[in-house]
Design a protein around this ligand. Structure first.
Ligand code: ZN
Length: 350
């Protein structure tokens, strides 16, 4: 096997409030791997958590970790007989399932117990991410897209795939009344994905006026401050108003409210993380036969996401708050971590 090593600069998390832009040569197999020159990355909640707390959920930072699982780039080198070409622009799927376990073989790679998701400290050694100049990935991770599509748009491929998977988890949305609780970047992308999947109406809630404004720009027909009980009271009448609720906030009060707001036989899709233990009115779930469904990452939805963005079917740009050069990763993380100021913050690699 021919291993090559090249110079590389990477955005690396070392600990709490300790992210550095450092030299970190990258090695790759020129016979097996695709070398991608990263063009742009999107900062996600988990990157912010690693920066602020040196952990994201149950994944604890034990060694330095290259951040980033939302990134796109240009192919720099391909192995012999690859169907990909040097110079091709690609969205990189950060999922690296084992492709051997029963779940993978059933097409459920997103719940593979051995998933090596890029930019994650879930396993030791950690799996480095894509916030660097060069990254070596497998051919299966690369989804090429047309030259006319903009980097700013295409780097939403990963979070939009999360949103499309959530819509997939909900089942048929045609003609349905849909509620999204939590209008951060993921909640807002679920709004657009649900409308694309045929939802008749999408309403969003968020405490933040800024997020509510973004929800309207992403297609919500109405937004509500969830603390305004007068505004939400009617949603719980007559057994509930919404056919489907996507819970994208992770806030305990929002999670509990979905049981009231969802109609009998309706579906609640849980997307928001943050609190592992919350109170849920199980009696309501039971007597209304509400389906409570988790949603985690994505499988084939990544390719769908690339196509929807490439074709302009979904415009994510209202969610883009700011962009920074890679060397300003700390400033970018600070801004991205302030939800009163920013939705999606992107890093530009050059
Ligand atoms: Zn597997």
């Amino acid at each position: 096997m021919s291993i090559r090593t090249i110079e590389n600069r990477a955005c690396v998390a070392y600990g709490i409030k300790d992210v550095r832009h450092v030299n970190m040569p990258v090695s790759y197999s020129s016979e097996e791997q695709i070398l991608v020159r990263v063009a742009r990355g999107g900062i996600c909640g988990s990157d912010i958590h690693y920066y602020q707390h040196a952990r994201a959920g149950m994944s604890i930072l034990k060694n330095p970790l290259v951040l980033g699982h939302e990134f796109i780039g240009v192919i720099q080198a391909v192995p012999p007989a690859s169907s990909l070409k040097v110079g091709q622009r690609v969205a990189v799927n950060p999922s690296q399932p084992c492709n051997r376990c029963a779940l993978c073989l059933e097409g459920k790679q997103n719940v593979c117990r051995s998933m090596k998701f890029m930019g994650s400290a879930q396993f030791n050694p950690h799996v480095d991410g894509g916030f660097c100049e060069y990254v070596a990935v497998s051919e299966a991770q690369c989804v090429p897209y047309a030259d006319h599509a903009s980097d700013q748009v295409m780097v939403f491929a990963e979070p939009l795939a999360v949103a499309i998977h959530a819509v997939h988890q909900a089942g048929d949305l045609v003609g349905k009344n849909v509620l999204i609780t939590g209008a951060g970047p993921i909640g807002c992308l679920v709004i657009a994905a649900a409308l694309n999947a045929g939802a008749a109406q999408v309403i969003a809630t968020d405490m933040s006026p800024r997020c509510r404004e973004l929800a309207l720009q992403m297609g919500a027909s109405m937004t509500v401050d969830p603390s305004d009980e007068a505004a939400t009271a009617s949603w719980a009448e007559n057994g509930g108003y919404f056919d489907v609720c996507f819970e994208a906030s992770g806030a305990p009060s929002a999670i509990a409210s979905t049981a009231s707001f969802t109609r009998p036989k309706g579906t609640v899709v849980q997307l928001g993380m943050g609190h592992n233990t919350v109170e849920m009115p199980l009696g309501l779930l039971l007597v209304k036969e509400i389906k409570l469904v988790g949603s985690f990452r994505f499988v084939d939805e990544f390719t769908t996401s690339v196509r929807w963005l490439e074709s302009g079917r979904i415009d994510p740009l209202p969610l883009l708050s700011a962009e920074f050069a890679q060397g300003a990763v700390v400033e970018a993380l600070e801004l991205a971590g302030d939800k009163s100021l920013a939705a999606k913050v992107q890093l530009v690699f050059a």
